[in-house]
Each structure stands twice: as structure tokens, then as C-alpha cells.
Design a protein around this ligand. Structure first.
Ligand SMILES: *[C@@H]1O[C@H](CO)[C@@H](O)[C@H](O)[C@H]1NC(C)=O
Ligand SMILES: *[C@@H]1O[C@H](CO)[C@@H](O)[C@H](O)[C@H]1NC(C)=O
Ligand SMILES: *[C@@H]1O[C@H](CO)[C@@H](O)[C@H](O)[C@H]1NC(C)=O
Ligand SMILES: *[C@@H]1O[C@H](CO)[C@@H](O)[C@H](O)[C@H]1NC(C)=O
Ligand SMILES: *[C@@H]1O[C@H](CO)[C@@H](O)[C@H](O)[C@H]1NC(C)=O
Ligand SMILES: [Cu+2]
Length: 757
């Protein structure tokens, strides 16, 4: 090493040392590490004592396990774990909370009666008997189980024939095995040359319902290219097969039809034969690249700045204990049905109950297309399980980074409990918009406002291709909002190039048609507006001509109110597309300070959706979709608007929603409002790779209407007011001015962890 190099090295070292020392000293000089903000992500407190909202809490891991072992004892040695069961076995398919009856729940909540027995609902598949059936068994009481009660008949008005059963893992896997090992062997050359099939590059999606009439179990199965790391939904290859799997013994299953490029064939050997003879027109579909159109791998710059964070410098304003969420304004209990998904109970504003239950009932999509799989598809996602298909949410993306993440436990499709860590999140949503504000420019100069901030509970159901983001949002003015955003992959069909293809959607890839479909969501809103006795009131306005009293030769058109109590169910069922009264609310006979009936107004936030024609033989099962809004008298026997058994037998609904509407009087009754929010989706280029949430949101809003004497948000802690002559920059005048001091702390961010892939 020569001297020059040594000197340069020494000089560089000195500069580095000085720089480091400078940085260290100055950073210390300007104040030490910012202190930690108060804890902002309240961790979930376990139950310390049995509280009231435990009535609605999902069964815990221990409870599910206890029910499972009790049933195993009771149902005898023939019982097989659902994960291993065949349709010809007996197995417990699912266990979840059996909701208490409302009267018993209220007696406990409001009148101190002992809590109703905590019970479980088990769906049992009895495949191993001469007359197989599906049975619904109520098991109780937890924690010391002693009885099993068969409620199938009372709940469904008759037995549940076995063909209505949900699908077992084995049946599902065997369907693919059958195609692979029996059918595909009939067309090795065709499959290899046209689709590059090598034994593992194809996979399948089912259409449901499975057939054309009650009793059928024959599924159209579409084939898709399967490459690691990419969604299959955008990669149809154009081949579809109809597999009859009605027989409980898979040895009797058979492919009945094959569809390829607009033609129907008896089976794959026919295709193979015609292909080899050079008579078959084919479209060769190359294997998609793992980084192709269906990939969600980032394609832009990799080191972009992170999105902005929201944090609460003074700690969050809510707490979570078990399934009970409380803020200074709101409290509610939540649950997560394994089939029906998110539900809230006993929603109270400042201690007063506003709704007993707000829940998701069904999530439907109806597809159109040229291919048989597409044209028969009517997905009823509750049967797949909106709760079963929820998974851990990702901090900072699915929910604000500091959200409280809650785990859910499910028991379905296998005999053991599955934990979905962080599948529900609770957070405060800073809306970046004032809830209210006024800048007074006339006479006195002052400003008053309140930042919009709501308490949100969210879960996401990833049912196959789609992801539905379910939110219940509680606002500081007493409003309760429900909304669902659709995102994820669209379903597609192979674009055969036929004239008619574009009648069913837009081309979104080389050989890919984004297929037209509807989305419809049904919500149950069991409001209790200042008590159980409620009335439905509509208000609207008409323009009436009036001669100006002071100048009768001039005519004015004056809006004036029309008010009507809608006293029968037939008057409160508003079909899709009909005009809703501009104001529709549930009222109590209590009055507010101004003598008006205390009420809650119902608003449906939805564009005009699409419903199945009434002539369709499956319409009755979907008949909730006829109505954008219906108010009915509440009954225990009418607690669900849909059924998980409709998916596999959509032609013979046992308790159709339309029958709930039977002209009963609604005066002073306990009422339930049922809301359909729906939209038409014509997929387009920008739905690839994923549909975005922007604009794909529908829901409802429940708003106080003379329920209070004034807007209750005037009492909200964060209200801001200052007037002329005051220094709005002073913390003592304007709490917002304190933020820079308060926010000098570093948010205490929970570590990022994710365990649910
Ligand atoms: C269904 O099968 C179970 C188990 O064998 C039986 O107890 C029940 O009575 C059956 N239900 C009906 C409606 O036949
Ligand atoms: C089939 O092809 C895919 C993609 O080229 C490859 O990853 C896979 O290993 C192949 N499988 C077999 C059984 O050859
Ligand atoms: C599809 O690809 C994934 C990932 O490579 C693989 O795990 C899966 O088994 C494949 N499916 C089928 C039906 O071969
Ligand atoms: C409200 O209705 C209930 C039930 O119909 C009745 O018992 C009560 O007296 C009514 N209250 C008022 C203030 O009218
Ligand atoms: C509903 O009841 C009212 C009052 O009793 C009656 O006038 C009306 O015809 C009924 N409507 C239907 C569809 O039965
Ligand atoms: Cu869609």
C-alpha cells in the first residue's frame, strides 16, 4: 500500500467519524427519541365475567370441540370425520352458535332474567342409512351438554332430502379425480396438443346449481390453466364437462356431456377421435406465464413510499372485550356465522338499543354466457360460507394498520376447529371529511365543526374468485351503515369467437370473455326503535298549486308533505325498480321533545339491480331479490331470508322469502326491514387482473329521524368551536391546535404479523 492511499483512507475515515459524531450530537441536541403515544390498538380483552353480549358470541374453540365430542358420543360409532367422509357416510358437517330466541335474549338483557341456554346448531349428514338425510340438530346447553334436539322439521317445514346437502371435501376431490383418471385418459393427444396438458397444468371450477331440476346433482365443470402463483379465473381453456355425481358411490359417476367451442359431445373420446382425424376445429391455448395478466405481482417500481397512516395520538376511542365492542357512543356485540358471515346484535347508541340484529343474509350472483358452465351459474355464497371463506386480514391494506384484529374459529367440513387469525377487524375510520361544519359569515363570525370519524367492523369473504368486503359502520350522529365492496377476480369464459359472444360481456384477454353477471346482497335489519312496537311511516312531497294569498292572480307551486302509516306487509314490500317513498322510517309511539314519533329512517344505497324473472323456476328461492326493501312482522320462524340448501336444490325452496309477505298488519309490531342492495356487473378491461372496490359498493343506511331532540353529535368530544377574536392557534381554544404537540409521540404500531396463508 503506498502512502497516498493510506492518507486518502485516513482522510475518509476522519470525515466519516466527524459526520457520525455530528449527526449523533445534533440529533440528541434537538430532543431525544419521541415518546411513545398511548396504546392505540386495543388488544382484545378476553371475557372476564360472563356478560350479556356473550349471548351472541360465536362458539369458542373449546365449545366447538365439546359439541363435537358430545355429538360423537350421541351419534354412535358410525360417525366419520367430515374431512374423510364420503357421501355414503355419517358425519357432522358443521357446528356453530344457535342464536337464542329474541324474547329470551331480551328477557335477559332488559329484565335480568337468566340467560337463555347457550346452544349449538350442528348440521349432520346421514349418508350411511337406507334413507339418507340432512339433519339439523340443536345441542345444549353449553358448557355442560345434555341434550340433542332435531329441529329439521320445524325449521324447514319438512325433511331435508340428501341431494340438498353441501359438498364434502372428498366428493369435491373425487370429481376432479374422476375427470383426471377416467375422462382425460380418453383424450391424451387432444389435451396435450391443444392445452399443453401435462398432468398438472389444468384445474377446474364448478357451476352451481348442479342440474336443472330438484334431485339433480350433475355439475358443469369448466377447465382452466393452472400455473403457480396466478389466479385461474382469467385462464379458461374452453373445455367444459358435465359430471353426474348423484350416486353416493363414485363408481357410478359419469360424464354426460362435453362442451368445446360451441359444440356438445358425448364424451372426450369423441373429441379425441375427431381431433386425430383432423376434423376438429381447435384453438390452441398456450400456458399462461406466471407473471401474465392474471398475476397480482407488483409490476411497477418496487420501492415506492408507503401509503399514509392514520393514528390516534391520544389512544383509540373504543374497546373490545370478547365479541363486545364499545365506544363512548356505541356498543354492540358481533358474531360471524360460518355460513351467513358478519352480524351485529344489540346495537346501542348511548346505551339505548337501536337494533337487535343487523346481518348479512345472502350474496347472490347470476351469470350469463354461451358456455353451459357460465349460463347455469347462480352462486349463492352463503352455502359456500361467508364466514368459512373469511381469512386473516392484512394490516395496512385490508384494514387501517392500527386496527384491532380478532380471530375467528370455525368448525365446518372437518371434525376439528380451524382458527382464522385476524379475520375480523375493528377500527376507527377517520373520514377526512367533516361530519358537520359551519363557517358563519353573516353577523357573528364563528366556526363550528366536527371531524367525521366512525367505528367500523369489517370482515372479507373470499368466495372463489370474488372478495366481498363487509363493513358495518357506526357514526357519531346515531347512523348505522352497512356496505359491501366487491373486489377480486372476475369469472370468465373462453371467447370462442362466435357471433353471439359479445352479448355476454366484454373481451378482456386474448381468448377471454368477462361474463356479465349480477350481484345482489340481502341484509336483515331488525330495528327496535325506542322499543319493540314500531310502525312504518312514509313521507314524501307533492307540489300543489296555490294562489298567492296576497296576490291571488298569481299561482305558486308549493311542495307539501304527504304522510302515511303503511299498515300492512303488502304495502311495505317495495319491488325492485319501484319508487320508494323518499322518506321511509320505522317509528315508535314515543315522541321526542317536539312531539314527533321517534324514528329511524332506512335508506337503500344501491343502483338499480337485476332480479331473476318471476317465471323462472328458481325465482322463488331467490324471492328476496324481488324487493329492494320489505318490512315484515318479526317471527322466529322467519329468521333467515335464504337457506344454504338452496344452492344444491334451487327449485324447491322450503320457506321462500316471498311468503313472509302475507299482508299481516304492522301496527305497533316488532318489525324487520329486509334490504336488497344489488348491481349489474359487465366486466371490462379494467377488471383485470382484479375488480377494484371504487364504485363497486352498495349498502344501506339507518339514520335517526326525530329519534333525538337534536343532532347528538353536538355532544361529541372532538367538536371544534372558535370565534372572531379568539386565537384558533392556541391549544386552549381549539383542540386541533394541540395536535402538533400531542402527535410529537411516535405511534405505537403493533408488529406486522400474518399467519393465514
Ligand atoms: C334423518 O336421519 C336421522 C338419523 O337416522 C333420523 O333420526 C331422522 O329421523 C331422519 N329424519 C327424517 C326427517 O326422516
Ligand atoms: C407441467 O408443466 C408445468 C409448467 O410448465 C411444470 O411446472 C410441471 O412440473 C409439469 N408437470 C409435470 C407432471 O410434468
Ligand atoms: C394448481 O397449481 C397449484 C400451484 O402450482 C398446485 O398446488 C395445485 O395442486 C394445482 N391444481 C391441480 C388441480 O393440479
Ligand atoms: C305505545 O304502544 C304500546 C303498545 O301498543 C302501548 O302499550 C303504550 O301505551 C303506547 N304508548 C304511548 C305513549 O302511546
Ligand atoms: C290485505 O288486507 C287488506 C285489509 O284487510 C285488504 O283490503 C287487501 O285486499 C289485502 N290484500 C291482499 C293482497 O290480500
Ligand atoms: Cu362482479
Amino acid at each position: 500500500m503506498n502512502l497516498k492511499v493510506v492518507l486518502v483512507f485516513l482522510a475518509l475515515s476522519l470525515i466519516t467519524i466527524f459526520t457520525l459524531a455530528y449527526v449523533l450530537l445534533t440529533s440528541q441536541g434537538s430532543g431525544s427519541q419521541p415518546s411513545r403515544c398511548p396504546l392505540v390498538s386495543p388488544s382484545v380483552q378476553p371475557w372476564t365475567q360472563p356478560g350479556q353480549s356473550q349471548l351472541f358470541a360465536d362458539l369458542s374453540r373449546e365449545e366447538l370441540t365439546a359439541v363435537m365430542s358430545f355429538l360423537t358420543q350421541q351419534l354412535g360409532p358410525g360417525l366419520v370425520d367430515a374431512a374423510q367422509a364420503w357421501p355414503s357416510d355419517n358425519c357432522v358437517f358443521s357446528v356453530e352458535l344457535q342464536l337464542p330466541r329474541k324474547a329470551a335474549a331480551l328477557a335477559h338483557l332488559d329484565r335480568g332474567s337468566p340467560p337463555p341456554a347457550r346452544e349449538a346448531l350442528a348440521i349432520v349428514l346421514f349418508g350411511g342409512q337406507a334413507q339418507p338425510n340432512v339433519s339439523e340438530l340443536v345441542v345444549g346447553p353449553l358448557p355442560h351438554l345434555s341434550y340433542v334436539r332435531d329441529i329439521t322439521m320445524e325449521r324447514h317445514g319438512g325433511p331435508l332430502p340428501y341431494h340438498r346437502r353441501p359438498m364434502l371435501a372428498n366428493e369435491h376431490a373425487q370429481m376432479w379425480k374422476h375427470l383426471k383418471e377416467v375422462e382425460f385418459r380418453k383424450a391424451p393427444i387432444f389435451l396435450a396438443s391443444v392445452f399443453n396438458y401435462n398432468g398438472s397444468t389444468l384445474t377446474f371450477l364448478h357451476a352451481t346449481p348442479r342440474g336443472l331440476r330438484s334431485g339433480d346433482r350433475a355439475t358443469w365443470i369448466g377447465l382452466y390453466h393452472n400455473v403457480s402463483g396466478a389466479g385461474i379465473f382469467l385462464q379458461p381453456v374452453g373445455l367444459e364437462l358435465l359430471l353426474d355425481h348423484r350416486a353416493l358411490d363414485p363408481a357410478h359417476w359419469a360424464v354426460q356431456q362435453v362442451f368445446y367451442l360451441g359444440q356438445y359431445y358425448a364424451d372426450l373420446s369423441q373429441l379425441e377421435w375427431e381431433f386425430k382425424a383432423g376434423r376438429l376445429e381447435v384453438v390452441r391455448v398456450p400456458l399462461p406465464s406466471p407473471n401474465g395478466a392474471s398475476s397480482l405481482r407488483p409490476r411497477g417500481v418496487s420501492s415506492a413510499p408507503l401509503p399514509s397512516l392514520q393514528f390516534s395520538p391520544q389512544g383509540s376511542q373504543y374497546s373490545v372485550q370478547g365479541n363486545l365492542v364499545m365506544s363512548s357512543l356505541w356498543s354492540f356485540a358481533f358474531g360471524h356465522g360460518v355460513y351467513s358471515g358478519m352480524r351485529l346484535f344489540d346495537i346501542r347508541f348511548k346505551g339505548e338499543r337501536v337494533a337487535y340484529e343487523v346481518s348479512v343474509q345472502e350474496c347472490l350472483s347470476i351469470y350469463g354466457g354461451e358456455s353451459p358452465k357460465t349460463m347455469v351459474t347462480r352462486y349463492l355464497d352463503s352455502s359456500y360460507g361467508l364466514g368459512r371463506n373469511s381469512r386473516g386480514l392484512v394490516r395496512g391494506v385490508d384494514c387501517p394498520y392500527q386496527a384491532t384484529m380478532l380471530d375467528i374459529n370455525v368448525l365446518i367440513g372437518r371434525g376439528t376447529v380451524q382458527l382464522f387469525p385476524g379475520a375480523v377487524c375493528v377500527f376507527e375510520e377517520a373520514q377526512g371529511l367533516p361530519l358537520r361544519r359551519h363557517h358563519n359569515l353573516i353577523e357573528s363570525r364563528f366556526y363550528g365543526g366536527l371531524a367525521g370519524s366512525a367505528l367500523v367492523v369489517r370482515s372479507v369473504s373470499s368466495v372463489g374468485n370474488y372478495d366481498y368486503i363487509w363493513d358495518f359502520v357506526l357514526h357519531p350522529n346515531g347512523a348505522v351503515e352497512g356496505r359491501v365492496h366487491a373486489t377480486g377476480y372476475i369469472n370468465t369464459a373462453f371467447l370462442s369467437g362466435g357471433e353471439e359472444s359479445l352479448l355476454f360481456g366484454n373481451r378482456v384477454g386474448e381468448r377471454v370473455l368477462g361474463t356479465v353477471h349480477t350481484h345482489a346482497f340481502h341484509f336483515k335489519l331488525d330495528l327496535d326503535v325506542a322499543g319493540l312496537q314500531n310502525w312504518v311511516v312514509s313521507e314524501d312531497v307533492v307540489f300543489k298549486p296555490v294562489a298567492a294569498p296576497w296576490s291571488p292572480q298569481h299561482q305558486l307551486y308549493r311542495p307539501q308533505l304527504t304522510r302515511q302509516v303503511l299498515d300492512r306487509e303488502d304495502l311495505t314490500a317495495f319491488s325492485l325498480g319501484s319508487l320508494l317513498p323518499r322518506y321511509l322510517y320505522l317509528a315508535s309511539n314515543q315522541t321526542n321533545a317536539w312531539g314527533h314519533r321517534r324514528g329511524y329512517r332506512i335508506q337503500v344505497h344501491s343502483p338499480l339491480g337485476v332480479h331473476m324473472p318471476l317465471e323462472s323456476d328458481m325465482e322463488r328461492a331467490l324471492s328476496w331479490g324481488r324487493y329492494q326493501l320489505a318490512v315484515t312482522r318479526r317471527k322466529e320462524e322467519e329468521s333467515h331470508s335464504s337457506s344454504i340448501y338452496y344452492q344444491n336444490d334451487i327449485w324447491t325452496p322450503t320457506l321462500a322469502f316471498a311468503d313472509f309477505i302475507n299482508n299481516e298488519t304492522l301496527l305497533g309490531e316488532d318489525l324487520v326491514a329486509w334490504v336488497t342492495a344489488s348491481f349489474l356487473h359487465i366486466p371490462h378491461a379494467e377488471d383485470v387482473p382484479n375488480t377494484v372496490t371504487v364504485g363497486n359498493s352498495v349498502g344501506f343506511l339507518l339514520r335517526p329521524y326525530n329519534f333525538f331532540d337534536e343532532d347528538p353529535s353536538i355532544f361529541s368530544p372532538g367538536s371544534i368551536y372558535f370565534e372572531k377574536g379568539q386565537d384558533a392557534g392556541r391549544c386552549s381554544v381549539n383542540p386541533m391546535a394541540c395536535i402538533p404537540h400531542l402527535a410529537a409521540c411516535a405511534p405505537d404500531l403493533p408488529p406486522f404479523s400474518y399467519k393465514d396463508l
